[in-house]
Design a protein around this ligand. Structure first.
Ligand code: ARG
Length: 561
């Protein structure tokens, strides 16, 4: 039940509508003051009265017989409302314990398809720590949309087109060995690529050779296309392993090359609409009026560009999925690119261009020095995940040597640490990834949350789950927990609206902290029966909610730790 809604509906404040009151209701800094507060300062002007007097009036007008509200007070220009705690607890626990793994879900997105373009790896290029954020952010947004009733379409817009593939073929034919590449996968391919650049610096003719090979791919030369397809297959096999580990899923792998035959109609349309102009041999859309450099559609040699493909892709997605929104989870370095091609679509008269959203995020660097792809100093994502799993295993072994299934648990903990580490901060912030920080069992981490779940599991294993519980007096620690539990659905809504999975991560840490405070302050198993049952119900509701939160981020929860 939405208590805020209930209170808003009962408040009478001049001409204000229920909606306006609802949006004004705030949370007081501490629960001793109240559970909701209505600030009256903004009303003083229109009502021509001092805020303190307005607060008094609103208080007196509030129905005295509302069973949900145990106290209304007017203090310093605020009207404070206290919800009946037992009522709140009963409502909330009732809901969590019946809805269970569906708690927090809704159907607000019913009938709405949302395309989410994320991870979008480049074929034959290293899948490095820089790809972590787009992958886990996109995946969390995918799961969140699904949970709230939307139909998400996960798209991996593969970087599978460009001159670099000519370079790769040239390098492979010169120095590559089939068995080595088969064994070494992505890393072996990248080594070839790095070697090509070194050698091409000494011998420029290599670049001509690469261009010729690229042309061969475009002309559908059998051998070149077969090599390219093989590189693609090797890449997808390697990244597939990482996607499996991270619980990441895609519905479409239509990459850049998919749009090879879908760009001509776009170019024709741009021409018809008089948007395409010639500039130094290239064809561009002039965006000067909008304070941006031109969007280049065709290079002077007639080749299409990244933006051309993105325009074709957006049109294709609209036609295929009739999306409600199309999200691009891509680093902020590409801000201009997205602004440009969104604008071009708008100028083409696509009214749906307003539904394209660039979900930008900051950079991830490693604590022990930044990385540079060009010099070959690459931190592979796979290595980061493996290292986290190993470290998790060492910690778990030290904490609980007799634990069964340690390897499996370490995997869940290690992978969780990587995902949570990337999702804990507002997405636009640059972050420094630290192994010690993400694996700190007492920190704001997934392992802290997972550990709390293991604690709750062990309480329930000893005490059983409460079938029936009556609620008497609710202690502050219990009430804090109840309130936090009841905020889960609103937190998810908010996270989706702002495209911020970090709200869910923070929520999980908050809930775990509140449970642990409750756990240490209130005895559960040795309490009297009535309290014991209520506290077991609180424990179970916490476990359910924490699991739901983590699973939306792609993180599992071991039974024991
Ligand atoms: N492959 C690109 C890169 O690594 C990201 C593609 C993002 N998606 C898009 N539709 N442009 O930079």
């Amino acid at each position: 039940m939405d208590f805020k809604r209930h209170i808003a509906a009962n408040i009478k404040a001049g001409e204000l509508s229920e909606e306006e009151i609802y949006s004004m209701l705030a949370l007081p800094p501490n629960t001793e003051m109240g559970d909701f507060a209505l600030p009256c300062f903004k009303l003083a002007k229109t009502m021509r009265k001092a805020p303190a007097l307005i607060a008094e009036d609103i208080k007196s007008a509030y129905p005295a017989d509302d069973p949900l509200v145990s106290e209304v007070s007017a203090v310093n220009g605020y009207v404070n409302f206290k919800i009946d705690r037992a009522f709140w607890a009963k409502e909330t626990l009732g809901r969590v314990l019946t809805e269970r793994e569906k708690y927090g879900a809704s159907d607000e997105g019913k009938g709405k398809t949302v395309c989410i373009d994320y991870s979008s790896v480049n074929i034959a290029k290293p899948f490095h720590i820089g790809h972590l954020s787009t992958t886990v952010l996109g995946s969390a947004l995918y799961k969140l949309h699904k949970f709230l009733g939307y139909t998400p379409v996960g798209i991996n817009h593969l970087g599978d087109y460009g001159t670099q593939f000519g370079k790769l073929i040239s390098a492979y034919k010169r120095w590559g060995k089939k068995e080595d590449i088969e064994k070494g996968g992505l890393r072996a391919l990248n080594a070839l690529y790095v070697r090509f650049h070194e050698e091409a610096e000494k011998d420029d003719s290599l670049n001509d050779e690469a261009r010729a090979f690229f042309k061969k791919i475009e002309d559908k030369d059998e051998e070149s296309v077969a090599l390219f397809e093989w590189f693609k297959e090797l890449t997808l096999k390697d990244v597939g392993k990482i996607y499996d580990l991270l619980n990441v899923h895609f519905d479409s792998w239509a990459g850049e090359s998919f749009y090879n035959d879908k760009m001509q109609p776009v170019i024709d349309e741009l021409n018809e609409k008089g948007l395409l102009v010639e500039s130094e041999g290239a064809k561009i859309v002039d965006l000067e009026k909008y304070g941006m450099p031109p969007c280049i559609i065709l290079r002077s040699d007639g080749a299409s560009l990244y933006a051309t493909r993105d325009i074709a892709a957006a049109i294709y997605r609209k036609n295929t999925y009739d999306f409600y929104k199309c999200l691009y989870v891509v680093a902020y370095q590409q801000n201009l690119h997205f602004k440009q091609f969104f604008k071009v679509l708008e100028l083409m008269g696509k009214e749906w261009a307003k539904d394209l959203v660039h979900v930008a995020f900051g950079m991830v660097s490693l604590e022990d020095g930044s990385m540079s792809t060009r010099k070959g100093r690459v931190v592979y994502l796979e290595d980061v995940i493996q290292k986290c799993i190993e470290k998790a295993l060492a910690i778990i072994t030290e904490k609980n040597p007799s634990l069964e299934n340690k390897e499996e648990i370490a995997k869940t903990v290690g992978v969780g640490a990587v995902i949570f580490g990337a999702l804990y901060n507002n997405k636009i912030k640059d972050i420094t990834f630290s192994y010690d920080k993400v694996l700190n069992f007492e920190g704001e981490t997934s392992c802290y949350v997972q550990y709390t779940c293991a604690r709750a599991n062990s309480v329930l294993a000893k005490g059983g789950t409460a079938k029936d519980f009556a609620i008497g007096q609710v202690l502050p620690q219990e009430f804090e927990l109840v309130k936090q539990l009841s905020e889960f659905p609103a937190t998810l809504k908010d996270a989706l609206e702002k495209y911020e999975p970090c709200f869910i991560a923070r929520y999980a840490v908050d809930l775990a902290q509140k449970y642990n405070k409750f756990y240490f302050d209130c005895k559960i198993l040795n309490a009297e029966e009535k309290e014991r049952n209520f506290r077991l119900a609180l424990t179970e509701a916490t476990l359910i909610t924490l699991k739901n939160a983590l699973s939306l981020l792609g993180i599992g929860v071991p039974e024991k730790m």
